[in-house]
Design a protein around this ligand. Structure first.
Ligand code: COA
Length: 233
């Protein structure tokens, strides 16, 4: 791991989940050639995209090293999702200056999802509210959060969920298919209504942990093998 990359504080996780989070600067990261190969498809991408990709992969490599004590590259699938080594699951997120990856053995968990977002400003939040929130969701907003914080949190939690369940539902689920049904100090519940691969509509409650840190919202979730979403009928 490149020692010039500052760790970013991530809240504690179960022992079986290995997490790496860093703070990075786009120019510094690109200048350092940090030991992760840039795929051909990204060599002409703008610096921000190249740096975010590299930062996410650096975190993923480090998290995998902590899990398996081995070096792995994480290719990109044609649908853009990361391809994790056999026997592992994981998730990646990045903003323009923070990247995070979480990995675990697929014997321990069925799914993992992580997301990190800079808190939207008030104007952006109110412009995006109708896309992110289903009509009933604003009523769930706790008084201690600003509307912008709540909308950013809902967005982030839904993105983390999307990543965690993508392998069964693919791109079919949209923002209004997952709604906040409960929210506490550091955990919320999303109710996901989705069609199973056999065409049955079901609703799955899924807990998402969250934390506000340095004007960012961090969200993450683990899904056990026994959870109904892991075997949709
Ligand atoms: C793919 C998507 C989830 C990425 O989230 P984002 O907040 O835009 O970006 P993040 O930085 O948090 O995550 C990006 C990483 O997600 C991972 N990712 C991309 N597609 C993925 C997928 N289908 N499944 C799991 N992970 C995926 C990649 O590792 C990507 O980083 P990389 O391109 O550098 O490898 C998002 O762009 C998207 O398409 N969302 C679907 C819209 C939606 O309806 N969401 C809510 C439904 S409840």
């Amino acid at each position: 791991m490149n020692n010039n990359l500052q760790p970013f504080p991530w809240p504690s996780l179960p022992d079986a989940v290995k997490c790496k989070a860093i703070r990075f600067n786009i120019q510094d990261l690109l200048a350092q050639s940090p030991g992760v190969a840039l795929p051909a498809a990204l060599t002409k991408a703008v610096p921000k995209r190249r740096a975010e990709f590299l930062a996410g992969r650096l975190c993923a490599k480090e998290a995998l090293r902590n899990l398996l004590d081995e070096e792995f590259d994480i290719p990109i699938a044609t649908d853009r999702s990361p391809v994790w080594p056999a026997g592992t699951i994981g998730s990646i997120s990045h903003t323009s200056d923070i990247a995070v990856a979480m990995v675990a053995s697929d014997r321990e968990y069925w799914g993992l999802g992580v997301d990190c977002e800079a808190v939207l400003d008030r104007k952006e939040a109110s412009e995006l509210a109708h896309m992110i929130l289903a009509p009933e969701e604003p009523a769930a907003a706790p008084a201690r959060l600003s509307l912008a914080q709540f909308i950013t949190l809902a967005f982030s939690a839904k993105e983390a969920l999307y990543k965690a369940v993508y392998k069964v539902f693919g791109p079919t689920i949209g923002f209004h298919d997952a709604t906040i049904s409960a929210i506490g100090q550091n955990q919320l519940t999303l109710c996901l209504t989705a069609l199973s691969p056999t065409g049955n509509a079901s609703t799955y409650p899924i807990d998402v942990k969250y934390k506000f840190e340095e004007n960012h919202v961090l969200t993450w979730l683990t899904i056990d093998h026994g959870h109904p979403v892991a075997a949709p009928l």
